[in-house]
Design a protein around this ligand. Structure first.
Ligand SMILES: Cc1cc2nc3c(=O)[nH]c(=O)nc-3n(C[C@H](O)[C@H](O)[C@H](O)COP(=O)(O)O)c2cc1C
Length: 183
C-alpha cells in the first residue's frame, strides 16, 4: 500500500501551544499509511529577498523536507485576526527564489484552535488566500474552527470525547483529499 508522508506546519512557537497539541492529536487519527513530519520553523531567519541566492541552512532544510512531502497539514494559531508572522515567514521562505517554490501542487488542509469562539477562522481564511496563490490544492470542507477549551484533549493528549467524532471525520476527509491529489 502506498505510504504518504505529510509535512505538519504549526503556526505557533509557544512551548505549550494548543495548536501543536492539536496537530499531534490529529495525527493520531490518521490511518497507518500516513506518517507525519513536524516541520521546524522557529529557527528560520526573517525572510530577506537579498538572500534568495544563498538561502540559510535552516531554510534549505525546511525546503528539502517540504519537497519530500506528499501533503501539507497547517495547524495555525490566529494573531490579530490573521496568520502569525512566523508562519507567513516560513511560507515566504518556501516560495522563493522565484520559480523554485516548494509548495505548489501539494494537497493541504488548514485547521486551528484558539480560546475564542471563532477558533482561528480569520487566520485560516487568510492562509487559504496565500495557499491559493501558491497553487496549493486546499481542502474546502469540513472547515476546522476549533475552540481550545477544557476537554478538547484528554489526559493522554488525544482528542477529547466531545470533539472526537467531528475531528475524526475531518481527518478522514483529509486522508481522502491527499490520496486524490498526491502525485
Ligand atoms: C499577538 C497575539 C494576537 C492574538 N490574536 C488573536 C486573534 O486574533 N484571535 C484569537 O482567537 N486569538 C488571538 N490570540 C490568542 C491566541 O488564540 C492564544 O494565545 C492561543 O493560545 C495561541 O495559540 P497557541 O496556543 O497554539 O500558541 C492572540 C494572541 C497573541 C499572542
Amino acid at each position: 500500500m502506498r505510504q504518504y508522508n505529510i509535512a505538519v506546519i504549526v503556526g505557533s512557537l509557544r512551548v505549550e501551544s494548543f495548536n501543536r497539541k492539536l496537530a499531534v492529536a490529529l495525527t493520531r487519527l490518521a490511518p497507518p499509511e500516513f506518517t507525519f513530519s513536524h516541520i521546524q520553523i522557529g529557527d528560520l531567519p526573517l525572510y530577506n529577498q537579498d538572500d534568495d541566492a544563498n538561502q540559510a541552512l535552516p531554510v534549505q532544510r525546511m525546503k528539502t523536507e517540504i519537497a519530500a512531502a506528499d501533503g501539507l497539514l497547517f495547524v495555525t494559531a490566529e494573531y490579530n485576526r490573521s496568520v502569525p508572522g512566523v508562519l507567513k515567514n516560513a511560507i515566504d521562505h518556501g516560495s522563493r527564489p522565484y520559480g523554485k517554490s516548494v509548495w505548489g501542487g501539494k494537497p493541504a488542509a488548514v485547521i486551528g484552535c484558539s480560546p475564542s469562539a471563532i477558533g482561528t477562522a480569520m487566520a485560516q481564511q487568510h492562509l487559504r488566500n496565500i495557499l491559493a496563490f501558491l497553487d496549493v490544492p486546499t481542502m474546502g470542507q469540513p472547515e476546522g474552527f476549533v475552540q481550545a477549551k477544557e476537554g478538547l484533549f484528554d489526559e493522554a493528549g488525544n482528542i477529547g470525547a466531545a470533539s472526537r467524532a467531528f475531528l475524526q471525520g475531518w481527518m478522514d476527509r483529509y486522508v481522502a483529499w491527499v490520496k486524490l491529489h498526491a502525485v
